[in-house]
Design a protein around this ligand. Structure first.
Ligand code: FES
Ligand SMILES: [Fe+2]
Length: 348
């Protein structure tokens, strides 16, 4: 059961082409993505209304898609416009067409009631494409439920253990970091400040800090449904006002994540790393991206193992500890929204 009346990321902009049909399973539904002659993306049900052949195995004709099996042809709105072997086209011959919007280098898709698809509801990921930032991202296939990834991102206390060799910051034991968790509507915000400490290796690597500089640093996170997690991580010279909003003596990285369920057990993980410094130096973007990518590979292995165990015993109890507060709140928001959508099914 997934939340349907919301925007999900279906693809990176560079994954969707004019004459190349791309199949992707989203929320248990097969979807085919391509672009019209004017460049606008299209998303159709990837299941021909005739004998269920994937339309993605067919070909693009003008702005339409022709099924490879018996040639039924579908327009971007899903209407069947041609049945080669007969004159009449029954209205039931159509396939589903999904609202799509291209924004922040992602192709966003609305899997619920098309009448409710308001582009203003797309979450803010402006750091990708903003001239004040550089970014690099990718898509990863995850063998795990999307909420396992949300939980992973909402709890940074796993860093010194799982990411011992990549992101771990052994200078500050996680238990010593005060955490403030707040709800803002359906969003969950977790704030962490660490004041006046030696510069951790991550910031020494990326930034202009010197060996003996002391820094104030922040690790904030915002979750918003269905599965968007944006981290705001940075450091500034100690005592230069970062706590009050002046980051002029600091550097900020944004870790941007959008997870889209493929099935209940598999997910598409879209993420990017963005920086507001070293804008003329692409190596910083690469180093930051590779560092986080390496850590995510460690996360994926754990998530795959978690999912295998969940499949073996779905009802086995899970222990919750204090560090789970953010992840649990995120999970509860999603579960409540799904329950609300089921009470008032608004799908057309
Ligand atoms: S299955 Fe598509 S035309 Fe027959
Ligand atoms: Fe991790």
């Amino acid at each position: 059961m997934f939340l349907r009346n919301c925007w999900y990321v279906a693809a990176w902009d560079y994954e969707v082409h004019r004459l190349q049909l791309m199949r992707r399973i989203l929320l248990d539904e097969p979807v085919v993505l391509y672009r019209k002659a004017n460049g606008k993306p299209v998303a159709l049900e990837d299941r021909c209304s005739h004998r269920h052949a994937p339309l993605s195995m067919g070909r693009v004709k003008g702005d339409n898609v022709e099924c490879r099996y018996h040639g039924l042809t579908f327009a971007p709105d899903g209407a069947c416009v041609r049945i080669p072997s007969q004159e009449s086209i029954p209205p039931t011959a159509c396939v589903r067409s999904y609202p799509v919007v291209e924004k922040f280098h992602w192709i966003w898709i609305w899997m619920g009631d098309p009448a409710l698809a308001d582009p203003a509801l797309i979450e803010d990921f402006h750091w990708m494409g903003d001239p004040g930032w550089r970014f690099k991202g990718e898509r990863l296939d995850i063998e795990g439920n999307y909420l396992l990834i949300v939980e992973n991102l909402c709890d940074l206390t796993h860093l010194p253990f799982l990411h011992l060799t990549s992101l771990a910051d052994t200078a500050i034991p996680p238990n010593d970091i005060p955490v403030k968790t707040e709800r803002h509507g359906n969003a969950v915000r977790v704030e962490r400040w660490v004041l006046d400490t030696p510069t951790p290796p991550y910031f020494r690597l990326l930034g202009k800090f010197k060996q003996d500089d002391r820094v104030d640093r922040w690790m904030h996170l915002e979750f918003s449904p269905p599965a968007m997690v944006r981290l705001d991580i940075g450091a500034a010279k100690a005592g230069t006002g970062a706590l009050d909003g002046d980051r002029s003596q600091g550097i900020t990285t944004r870790n941007l994540n959008a997870i889209t369920p493929a099935t209940a057990r598999t997910s598409h993980y879209f993420w990017a790393q963005a920086q507001d410094f070293g804008l003329d130096d692409p190596t910083i973007t690469d180093v930051d991206f590779q560092l986080v990518h390496g850590a995510f590979m460690e996360d994926l292995a754990i998530i795959r193992g978690q999912q295998q165990n969940i499949d073996l015993a779905p009802a086995a109890p899970r222990l919750n500890i204090a560090a789970d507060t953010g992840g649990l709140q995120a999970r509860r928001v999603v579960e409540r929204l799904i329950a609300e959508e089921r009470v008032q099914p608004r799908e057309g």
